[in-house]
Design a binder for this molecule. Structure first.
Ligand code: BF8
Ligand code: SF4
Length: 618
């Protein structure tokens, strides 16, 4: 039965073990949840005011309007843009925290500016003068300018100015250029309050504006400033999957999203004093591994091994070999404290925004970052001796991977410009490119869609770039290796050999979807065209998070055809569905499609790429 749940053998083994150990997982709870509520699934359940909850009867002769008179279009649109608000808020609050960290680095803290060149580059976009200025002074100004973009009272968010002019024009003409990152999120909450906006088109338009404040705002700020503080990612070798846990070492998993804490923990895990302590308790050393987007952040800069994606978080603990799991924010299942309690694992929460009953809370504060990182690692070291040997079973599966393809790295590999990539596209060696992003979802078989879609695309000479949990799925299948060129069509294979790159490029965490935007923008700039003219597409094959709704929306609003592998809760409104899957194309040049079969999705992407190639005359 476990094979029905996941394509990953290591995970299937741990699900078997969980059953034996009598531990419930997300898959078990998903089963108990079925059938899921049809009103919720189609987006027609409204709980926005206390006259409700209201629901629309789509098939029978029950209510067609809520008590206030809101119809299915309004209810679906409101619910959807509230998802965008939450997703954009999560990404952007992360970006704000990183900007604060830069500000602290400027004033003197455990953090420092690692990449002065990148800092100067982004200073340009914020209008900060750099000539003759001290680097700390620039850092402080850039941090302040970035922080202003969250709550400015006049002007507009700065980064959308980086887009090609055609794109900027579309955003201006349609009045969706975000005024401030926070404001657009707050406006969604206002606009969707009972008795405010009753026009589904106007509601979706505000969703677009907030999503752009995420992609070309909060997320892009998070990516850029993380690079400044922690380093611009460069290709680095690593290993992926549960098999990276070690029997004889203190295993510490960092899980969550923000690199502020995890980067410090990586440094602290190499602290001589702590290594000594680990030896004192009988371990051979400290094995720090990353999970979800935190894992993506640290692997790209340090090569830290990648233990697993979203649906593997419980499975990692089920190995019985995780001495501490450290979490900050986002995508942390509340179930972790229960699963940890079935083994010896200590779950440590670190953010004032995310506490979990049953976990140890050691609050992280940037002012004492290194000290706290050491304290947290000590919990893992001290817990090593509490392992229950008969409960330890680490699956051996792991795969090699090369990760860390920032835009800077890709341009470098290409000799400084996108020209060779464009030439390869024109010559037809590469037909186009696709971005695979997002989560896992027990509604679909774990990792299946990510892997099948990636394989099908590279077989057809479509270059694939990845972020988020998609990266782990493809990594565990060996697709992030140079050897994966053997799975490619002849053209892409040739390009991979020439550039010595894998056909599936790991570009980072979910906020790093902003790197994909910048790469597309560079291609459009070079071709003197708009992003929507490029032979490219996006897909969120197994998405579950509200952040993915924001990401999908800003990709579509940036001109990208985007496929969702799991249907969003919109089918209750024919109008909203048509708007998102057809009409938006006339405005933004991109649109959504829903396709639950990865092979059909690959065909849709290839057809789209072919259409765009023809239009470009290549
Ligand atoms: O931001 S891909 S499950 S870990 S939401 Fe979460 Fe989805 Fe993973 Fe990262 Ni993104
Ligand atoms: Fe019902 Fe309208 Fe209140 Fe929603 S806002 S719960 S549809 S009365």
């Amino acid at each position: 039965m476990e094979e029905k749940r996941t394509i990953d053998i290591a995970t299937a083994k741990m699900l078997e073990k969980a059953k034996k150990d009598n531990v419930e997982t997300a898959w078990d709870r998903a089963e108990k949840m079925r059938p899921q509520c049809g009103f919720g699934e189609t987006g027609v359940c409204c709980r926005i005011c206390n006259m409700g909850p209201c629901r629309i009867d789509l098939v029978g002769d029950g209510p067609k309007k809520g008590i206030c008179g809101a119809d299915a279009d309004v209810i679906v649109a409101r619910n959807l843009i509230r998802m965008i608000a939450a997703g954009a808020a999560a990404h952007s609050d992360h970006g704000r925290d990183i900007a604060h960290t830069l500000h602290m680095a400027a004033e003197g803290s455990d953090y420092d500016v690692k990449e002065p060149e990148k800092l100067k580059e982004i200073a340009k976009y914020f209008g900060v003068k750099t000539e003759g200025k001290d680097i700390k002074e620039i850092a402080k100004k850039v941090a302040e300018k970035a922080l202003e973009d969250f709550g400015r009272y006049k002007g507009l968010v700065a980064y959308p100015k980086r887009a090609v002019e055609q794109r900027q024009k579309i955003w201006k003409e349609n009045n969706v250029w975000p005024r401030s990152i926070d404001r657009e999120i707050v406006q969604i909450m206002h606009q969707t309050h009972m008795g405010v906006d009753a026009d589904y088109i106007n509601l979706i338009q505000q969703g677009v504006r907030a999503a752009l404040g995420d992609g070309w705002g909060g997320s892009m700020i998070a990516t850029d400033i993380s690079d400044v503080l922690f380093g611009v990612p460069k290709p680095i070798e690593t290993e992926v999957n549960l098999g990276v846990l070690e029997k004889d070492m203190v295993n510490i998993v960092v899980h969550g999203h923000e690199p502020t804490l995890s980067d410090m923990i990586v440094q602290a895990s190499q602290d001589k004093e702590l290594l000594e302590k680990a030896k004192e308790v009988g371990a051979k050393g400290i094995n720090l591994v990353g999970m979800c987007c935190t894992g993506n952040e640290v692997v790209m800069r340090h090569g830290t091994k990648m233990v697993g994606n979203f649906l593997q978080q419980e499975a990692a603990i089920v190995t019985g070999a995780v001495d501490a799991m450290i979490v900050d924010v986002q995508c942390i299942m509340p179930s972790l404290s229960y699963v940890a309690s079935c083994y010896h694992t200590k779950l440590i929460t670190t953010s004032p925004k995310a506490k979990v009953p049953g976990a140890i809370h050691i609050e992280f504060d940037e002012e004492h970052a290194y000290e706290i990182a050491k304290k947290i690692i000590m919990v893992g070291i001290e817990n090593y001796k509490n392992r229950i040997p008969e409960k330890v079973n680490i699956p051996e599966e792991k795969s090699k991977a090369v990760v860390g393809f920032s835009v800077e790295t890709i341009l470098n590999a290409l000799g400084g410009s996108v020209k060779p990539l464009v030439d390869a596209i024109v010559a037809g060696d590469i037909k186009g490119a696709a971005g695979l992003v997002g989560c896992n979802n027990p509604k679909t078989k774990h990792n299946y869609y990510h892997v099948e879609l990636a394989k099908e695309l590279i077989k057809n000479d479509v270059l694939v770039v990845l972020t988020g949990c998609a990266a782990y799925a493809c990594g565990a299948e060996g697709l992030l290796t140079l050897e994966a060129k053997e799975l490619c069509g002849p053209g892409l294979k040739k390009v991979c050999e020439l550039l010595k790159i894998p056909p599936v490029l790991h570009m980072g965490s979910c906020v790093d979807c902003s790197r994909i935007l910048i790469l597309l923008n560079e291609l459009a700039k070079y071709l003197k065209t708009d992003i929507s003219d490029l032979p490219v597409a996006g897909a969120a094959p197994e998405w579950m998070s509200e952040k993915a709704v924001s990401i999908g929306t800003y990709f579509v609003a940036s001109g990208v055809y985007t496929i969702l592998g799991v249907c969003p809760p919109v089918l209750g409104s024919k109008n909203v569905t048509k708007l998102l899957t057809e009409d938006v194309e006339k405005i933004y040049g991109g649109k959504f499609a829903v396709e639950t079969d990865p092979h059909k999705a690959a065909q849709l992407i290839m057809d789209h790429i072919e259409t765009k190639r023809k239009a470009l005359g290549v």
